[in-house]
Design a protein around this ligand. Structure first.
Ligand code: TMP
Length: 254
């Protein structure tokens, strides 16, 4: 097989050149990092599950009119996506106080928020993804005011939809992080949802027990990390092709 060109390697995914112009192959790794790469580990089967979970959620979002980069699944660890120009922002939507918001503002984890809060972080590993204001986003040209409006609007719609979807399977969507990209088609540009949506970048709590079902189990050494990802997939009605026993999937193909 011809060697594929590796375009980019992130902490949890690898991007390869796609089969047609304007496409990429997104490969999901089992690697997990936290606290800007200071803590590293492996969550066995995570890549296989996140490939399926992100596919499922992006297809559902596509059905309600949220444009996404997702094209189709290729195999257990890979999906075909549209190549986009990533907007250098991590957009966090919060429904319940948790994580860095508690540390920053002295809130108790689990406290209700007066309303959903949207935050912008500048995507920069060297700087540790700092929280920024809308002023920084537009002044430094990371997004135009019109794009920022659209990002806010899309993020809130995604929040409404995902909150309901997770609620229906007994999961509270506490917060999550989104990334968007610019998709150029002819001379037109559209903003589309990119990256992934999975327990790596959401906080998901069981509605009855408040048990954490996301990457916080890894960040905070709570144990049963693999089980939590699998349970999210199970409740969404998606499991790897061979069932829970088949979480290895093919090794990365060059
Ligand atoms: P935070 O409370 O640590 O700021 O995280 C908010 C949400 O964003 C949480 O669901 C985890 C997610 N997140 C990422 O996906 N990537 C990151 O680098 C960070 C810091 C958070």
């Amino acid at each position: 097989m011809a060697r594929r060109r590796r375009i980019y390697e992130g902490k949890a995914k690898v991007l390869f050149e796609g089969p047609e112009p304007g496409t990429l192959v997104q490969y999901f790794k089992d690697d997990a990092t936290a606290f800007n790469n200071q803590k590293r580990g492996t969550i066995t089967g995570k890549g296989v599950l996140n490939n399926r979970i992100s596919e499922f959620l992006m297809i559902k979002l596509g059905e309600i009119g949220v444009p996404t980069h997702f094209v189709r699944r290729l195999n257990m660890r890979e999906q075909l996506i549209r190549e986009v120009e990533i907007i250098p922002l991590e957009i966090v939507v919060r429904n319940v106080a948790a994580g860095s918001l508690c540390a920053r503002l002295g809130l108790t984890e689990g406290a209700a928020l007066p309303r959903s809060i949207v935050e912008y972080y500048y995507k920069s590993d060297e700087l540790g993804d700092p929280l920024v204001a809308e002023e920084h986003v537009t002044a430094f040209g990371w997004a135009t005011p019109q794009e920022l409006d659209e990002l806010l609007h899309l993020s809130l719609r995604i929040n409404d939809f995902l909150t309901g979807l997770f609620m229906s399977i007994g999961i509270r969507l506490i917060d999550f992080k989104l990334e968007f990209g610019r998709l150029w088609q002819n001379d037109e540009m559209r903003i589309v949802l990119a990256d992934e949506i999975s327990p790596d970048n959401c906080r998901l709590w069981d509605i009855k027990t408040n048990e954490k079902m996301d990457k916080d189990r890894f960040r905070r050494d709570l144990g049963k990390v693999e089980e939590a990802y699998l349970e999210v997939a199970r409740r969404l009605g998606i499991l790897p092709d061979g069932g829970p026993g088949d979480l290895k999937g093919p090794a990365v193909m060059q």
